[in-house]
Ligand binder design. Structure first.
Ligand code: DC
Length: 220
């Protein structure tokens, strides 16, 4: 049996780190579905595709030549053989990813690719619609949130630790804009599955969130 654990929620709630930790602890595969939308945005930018051209964007998504390589410090992401692990994390790529993610034909083009990640012994799937659309039958579903202020604070810290400058107000307003775009879109909007466990990480450490998810996983 392949166990699927879905962790959905807004950006900056700690999903990425928690998913990596849980996947490592359980020896499960990991799906970073946001990376697929970021890769679609980056590939479209590289190919000079118009971000209003829905058909062209869907075709970029369908033809993504991408490899996820597990490495000591996380996962290395390659697009057409080029290491784009850092490039896909740029702010403008995130904004473009949010735009392409609102397009249903793009989501359709990425659906099967995401489901193919579910392989024995299990999968931890990180995203916005893992529990609602991609893996509706998953036995463990978590919806992880944190206040926008706390998510902005974490992002500033992350950027500062990477030696980059960070403006709190700008980051907070970007986070709020992205939340609106992700929750108000018609296609697979960001919302908890009916059977998801809600976890607010505002006052929790990553370890506490990880332990809660492991407890849920142990109960299936
Ligand atoms: O999690 P992230 O920030 O890397 O995701 C990038 C964008 O992709 C984000 O704006 C929302 C979108 N996304 C989505 O619509 N569905 C998913 N399953 C994952 C991400």
């Amino acid at each position: 049996m392949t166990v699927v654990i879905t962790i959905d929620g807004p950006s900056g709630a700690g999903k990425g780190t928690v998913c990596q930790l849980v996947a490592r602890k359980l020896g499960y595969h990991l799906l970073d579905s946001g990376a697929l939308y970021r890769l679609t945005a980056l590939a479209a930018e590289k190919q000079g595709v118009d971000f209003e051209d829905i058909e062209a964007l869907a075709s970029v998504a369908a033809q993504l030549d991408v490899v996820f390589k597990p490495a000591d410090a996380g996962v290395v992401v390659e697009l057409c053989g080029e290491d784009v692990t850092r490039a896909i994390r740029q702010e403008h790529v995130g904004m473009n990813a949010s735009k392409v993610a609102a397009i249903q034909p793009v989501r359709d083009a990425l659906l099967q690719r995401q489901r193919d990640f579910a392989q024995a012994p299990g999968l931890v799937a990180d995203g916005r619609d893992m529990g609602t659309t991609v893996f509706p039958a998953a036995p463990v579903k978590v919806f992880l949130t944190a206040s926008a202020q706390e998510r902005a604070r974490r992002r500033v810290l992350q950027l500062q630790q990477a030696g980059q400058s960070a403006d709190f107000d700008q980051i907070l307003s970007d986070i709020e804009a992205r939340d609106r775009q992700d929750t108000e879109r018609a296609s697979s909007p960001l919302k908890p599955a009916e059977d998801a466990v809600l976890l607010d990480s505002t006052e929790l450490t990553i370890e506490q969130v990880q332990d809660r998810v492991l407890e849920l996983a142990a109960s299936v």
